[in-house]
Design a protein around this ligand. Structure first.
Ligand SMILES: Cc1ncc(COP(=O)(O)O)c(C=O)c1O
Length: 383
């Protein structure tokens, strides 16, 4: 294994050494390093055969006719919105997500319309989304947040009844399933990120998945400056190509995705069981009929019942060598850039979550003992 992270020892007050626990383990196997090195030695440093093979393997894994590699998850979203959204169109997005879900709508000429979320699943609230539909609404963009699959049947019904496109942000949801099918299978388009902290990673990279042949052709054109022939451009596009170096790593990662997911799921099970006996801490509820990919394991901290608020709990863990994180400390509607663009808005569930949510380490590099240690600290801290 090549380790791209480090694991420090922390010394307790009593003088004994304990392992620090990180929020991610970004590590390439020897075979992933060799696959990348082989491409580097070949001198074929651009999008080529490895990208095509990665696309075919990914498309087969998620059950799509087309999967297109690109340079990041943000690029994947930008391609999707650029293909399906016209200037002035509105796109319904959850406020509780990473900025790219919404900022890429703006870059494509559209306007993101921020919707509130369900307090238990943290996913976009379809009733709230429905209430925000206007004659300019073009698409619904659900995010499978933290790897929790969206209710795609509900989303499809809403989209069909209003003639909307369904653009799914699966950046955090590699391997998540809804009704037994990979989340990448659902919607008009599904977009992935392979950023290093993700469930599978290549460095910087993304994937756009769809079934429609014309749409795939358009996405391909947009990905590479609208090139239809040598110095012949039929569309204004971008350079959002992936290189074969990342694709070679991605092909290997795809083969161990199930193994990495199994470990994440086991870690989440340990936390779920421990939380049954702790009042005031509630984990994210998994959508029914689905399989969560646990990109993040988040708990809602209710200070009055638990005996400690979110920030104090994070500090408690920090002092004991356990990393935690806050995803996200504010909704997108509370981001200065969007407040400048669209004015102030109140989304109570998003705002409550942003104040009280804490992500615990759940990554594939943890063992039972480490997760149990974190769970024991959770039980200890609030009392
Ligand atoms: C929900 C979501 N969408 C989009 C992105 C953008 O992906 P990238 O960082 O690869 O551009 C991310 C990455 O953090 C994400 O979490």
């Amino acid at each position: 294994m090549l380790r791209c992270f480090y694991r420090e020892k922390k010394v307790t007050r009593e003088g004994s050494a304990i392992d620090n626990i990180s929020m991610a383990k970004i590590e390439l196997t020897q075979s992933e390093v060799e696959a990348a090195a082989k491409v580097l030695r070949s001198g074929k440093l651009r999008q080529g055969e490895e990208c095509v093979a990665f696309e075919n393997e990914f498309a087969q894994t998620v059950g799509r006719r087309h999967a297109l590699t690109c340079s990041s998850g943000s690029a994947a979203l930008h391609l999707a919105y650029s293909s399906l959204v016209e200037p002035g169109d509105e796109v319904l997005v959850p406020s509780f997500t990473f900025i790219a879900t919404a900022s890429m709508v703006v870059h494509a000429g559209g306007r993101p319309v921020f919707c509130d979320i369900d307090p238990e699943t943290y996913l976009i609230d379809l009733d709230d989304a429905r209430a925000r539909i206007t004659e300019r609404t073009k698409a619904l963009a659900p995010v499978h947040i933290f790897g929790n699959p969206f209710d795609m049947e509900g989303a499809q019904e809403l989209a069909d009844s209003h003639g909307l496109k369904l653009i799914c942000d699966a950046a955090q949801a590699h391997g998540a399933q809804y009704q037994g099918l990979d989340v990448g299978h659902w919607g008009d388009i599904a977009c992935y990120s392979f950023y290093p902290s993700k469930n599978m990673f290549v460095g910087e990279g993304g994937m756009v998945c769809c079934d429609d042949d014309d749409l795939a052709d358009d996405l391909r054109l947009l990905r590479s400056h609208g090139i239809a022939g040598k110095y012949l451009h039929t569309r204004l596009g971008f350079n959002y190509r992936m290189t074969d170096v990342e694709a070679a790593i991605g092909r290997k990662q795809l083969r161990r995705l199930d193994e990495m997911l199994a470990r994440r799921r086991r870690n989440a099970d340990i936390y779920n069981k421990a939380l049954n006996d702790i009042s005031g801490l509630t984990p994210q509820k998994t959508t029914s009929n689905s399989s969560h990919a646990w990109h993040q394991y988040c708990v809602m901290v209710e200070a009055q019942n638990y005996g400690m608020d979110r920030d104090s709990l994070a500090a408690y863990f920090g002092q004991r060598g356990v990393a935690t994180a806050v995803h996200y400390p504010r909704g997108l509607h509370q981001q200065p850039i969007f407040m400048d663009l669209y004015g102030e808005q109140r989304l109570p569930v998003t705002e409550r979550l942003a104040k009280n949510i804490l992500a615990l380490p759940v990554h594939h590099g943890l063992d039972d003992a480490q997760v149990e240690r974190v769970a024991a600290l959770l039980a200890e801290a609030g009392n």
